[in-house]
Design a protein around this ligand. Structure first.
Ligand code: HEM
Length: 425
């Protein structure tokens, strides 16, 4: 990491870290109302006879939860409703496509894909964009969505100051906002830089949505995992009680299912670091050492590392949550750096526990509501590799893509069976 970047990162962390204390991340109220809204809409859509794009729905859930947690104000992306299959009659509705939260989601995703393209070109991307900035248009759409949130925060800050000056007291509502939300805090520290906010949204929304999407994809493929996970949920919280922080900690199989998803479909698949000094790295498989000059970008892939048989054993390609419980745990305990979904060291993810809580909470509510999940193969865009050759790719029924985060191309279309109280788990 270069020095100026390192100090900026330290500043950024010191600003944001206080907002991820145990106290704040174990407030499940935020998840509850958005999960209820999301799952009611799913039930409605399935009753209409259409499958649901789980990825789109869960992105709305995580966006609404993240904006409320971080900024004290939910952007209401669930209120736009869920997406219909493209070829269906309601799927042609232009009004839906132009809903501000849908325009924002599309632009954010497009901007991420283009940023990825930039980083793959190294410092040459400026040449490739000599005539025009290829991210600008999408960023303008994102700003149209984010700037009102920012403006509102700055206004609250101003009224807090004016209230304090005229009365000599802390202006209660604004004061609470500035102290209690990350946005309030960022506004205090930085006068509200929109880029910080976009960073937070990407960190808070896409990675958890990616985890839940691939986890549900796996549940649609491995019914015995679904059955066992549902049994654990029902035996811990029953079929309607809201889970607590302690319930979530107790569900060991759930943690294993989440970890196995994070291993095989790690949400941040590629990353890069820049060397500050020259270094000599040990060679690969006993080969000659590798010289890394100073100030050099070193890309690396956690996605590929998580699938290496020399690190995870001969069945590394297979989705099996038990590897985080049975004797295969030895691979991880003897070498903890083989599992890095949240990175490690000074830049480790600040939202890790928040993400485990959010994903677990949503899964509990999902499995209390539905007892079966199947991939809607009539709608799903299938991987061209499916059923060809060997290895993980041959088993893939969906097209796995990535920009900054991993996602399913064209969405994850599922049908789910509603649970009844008499369900045998
Ligand atoms: C399963 C979900 C998540 C995964 C897999 C994940 C993964 C990561 C990774 C790999 C990094 C390091 C990036 C780098 O080294 O360049 C990171 C950083 C970060 N994440 Fe997460 N993340 C998740 C959820 C969240 C959530 C929900 C939040 C916030 C609500 C969050 C907030 C952050 C922040 C603030 C950083 C930047 C830390 C810094 O500046 O050093 N993450 N995350």
């Amino acid at each position: 990491m270069t020095c100026s970047y390192a100090s900026r990162a330290r500043f950024h962390r010191s600003m944001t870290r206080p907002f991820f204390s145990k106290d704040r991340i174990s407030h499940f109220d935020i998840f509850e109302k958005h999960a209820e809204d999301a799952l009611n809409q799913v039930k409605g859509r399935l009753k209409e006879g259409y499958p649901v794009d789980f990825q789109d729905m869960v992105c709305r859930f995580t966006l609404d939860s993240a904006t409320e947690f971080l900024f004290g104000k939910c952007v209401g992306s669930l209120s736009a409703g869920l997406v219909y299959p493209k070829d269906s009659l309601p799927g042609q509705n232009r009004e839906y496509a132009n809903h501000p939260s849908n325009l924002f989601a599309r632009a954010l995703s497009e901007a991420q894909s283009r940023s990825m393209l930039r980083s793959s070109m190294g410092t040459n991307w400026r040449l490739a964009e000599f005539w025009s900035d290829r991210i600008q248009k999408d960023m303008e759409v994102c700003h149209r969505f984010i700037d009102p949130i920012l403006k509102d925060a700055l206004e609250r800050k101003r009224s807090t100051k004016e209230g304090e000056q005229s009365t000599g007291h802390a202006y209660a509502e604004g004061k609470g906002f500035l102290e209690d939300t990350l946005l309030g805090h960022l506004v205090n520290c930085t006068e509200g830089k929109a880029d910080e906010i976009v960073n937070m949204l990407i960190a808070g929304r896409d990675s958890t949505a990616s985890t839940l999407t691939f986890l549900v994809y796996m549940l649609s493929q491995y019914s015995r995992v679904l059955k066992r996970l549902r049994a654990e949920v029902l035996s811990t919280v029953g079929n309607s009680r809201r889970p607590t922080y302690d319930d979530v900690r107790e569900m060991k199989y759930m943690r294993a299912v989440i970890n196995e998803t994070l291993r095989l479909y790690t949400p941040v698949p590629f990353n890069v670091r820049t060397s500050t000094e020259a270094a000599l790295w040990p060679g690969v498989n006993g080969g000659p050492p590798i010289y890394i000059p100073p100030n050099t970008q070193v890309p690396y892939s956690v996605f590929l590392m998580h699938r290496r048989k020399d690190l995870w054993g001969p069945d590394a390609d297979i989705f099996d949550p038990d590897r985080f419980i049975d004797e295969r745990l030895k691979y991880l305990t003897s070498n903890p750096f083989i599992f890095l979904p949240f990175n490690a060291g000074p830049r480790i993810c600040l939202g890790q526990q928040f993400a485990y809580n959010e994903a677990s909470f949503f899964l509990v509510r999902l499995l209390q509501t539905f007892s079966s999940i199947t991939l809607a193969e009539d709608i799903q865009t299938r991987s061209p590799e499916c059923d060809k050759g060997a290895g993980r790719d041959a088993q893939e029924k969906v097209i796995v893509k990535h920009h900054l985060t991993l996602y399913v191309d064209e969405g994850l279309w599922v049908r789910m069976g509603e649970a009844s109280n008499s369900d045998d788990v």
